[in-house]
Design a binder for this molecule. Sequence first.
Ligand code: DP6
Length: 363
Amino acid sequence: MAKSKWTEFTQNAVGTEQLKSAGSEFKSGWKAPSNIAIVKYWGKKDGQIPQNPSLSFSLNGCYTQTQLEVKYSPKGFSLTINPEGKEFAPRIEQFLRNVEPLFPFLANVEAKVTTANSFPHSVGIASSASGFASLALCLCHIEEQIKGNLGFGSPFLRKASYVARLGSGSASRSVFGGWQEWGYLPELPNSTNEYALSLSPIVDPKFFEMRDAILVVSTSPKVLSSTQGHALMANHPFADARYAEARINLNAILKALRKGDLKRFYDIAESEAMTLHGLIMSSKNQPMLLKPQSLQIIERIKAFRTEKGINIGFTIDAGPNIHLLYTSDVAQIVEAFVNEQLKPLCENQKVIFDSCGKGPELV
Ligand code: DP6
């Protein structure tokens, strides 16, 4: 198991004096993608340590754009957030206070955060992943500017992923484009619970052609937050079996990603999605998150797949919306099917067509 990186990342941390002598005022802006988990992170320990490793790909069109400005202030730390970001203000403020030992210059700054999502809040796409990833990238970039460094190599991204994880576990994965893994897996070199790894170098090119049609079954507010969800695993009777299964699935899916085995990939993705919901349903006093339309969509996807003999699959987050997964070679036929047969089952016919993206961008 990897040792805590806290010591590593707090070494050479930048303080107030360095901020003042480097120019007192800095800003950075990043766009970071949302990601969709295929092997699900569900259950965590103190310090944002996952109970099992997870795997995802970054989206292209669903992202958060954040700008962070810091200005030296002898009065200590203060924060302003734009009206669009107000809803996340308490979580952002808590986060910035928590990461102060990593960025000691925060102790004496007026900080201004301006953040906006490219996707509506109501469609069930987690904005915490893209939001904290973009904010973590801004923080690390400002630190680099103060140090006089340029360039965003692996050590920079590793630290940004580490910092993003402290805001939201899944945000650790949103620091990378393409495919990524987060969490210790004995068989995967360099994997750690502390930050995510890019899997892009080992993934067959066809997986970069992955599309995700997000079938929005309901835009009602979330009935189960991720934080509440992770807590459900603490006393769950199937917890140990689940964590073991996640590792088995992760090893199997890594093999499928390497070999370009779409069929095996979709099998595992669907099993992970149903397991997540199985775990939620078998937790004490929990609501059913899937709606009748979610189940109808799943049935239609399965029937269409059998009838046409093509490789497609689905995944589901902790909500009622279904993510239909397919590759660009079958996009035309699949999207016609979505428009004819699945759209009518969505709330206000809402479908978001997205795809595997290239990852964060400096803006
Ligand atoms: C079902 O990363 O949102 O989407 O660490 O408490 O912020 P916190 O949780 P979060 O949990 C995501 C849960 C999931 C699966 C996943 O993304 O792996």
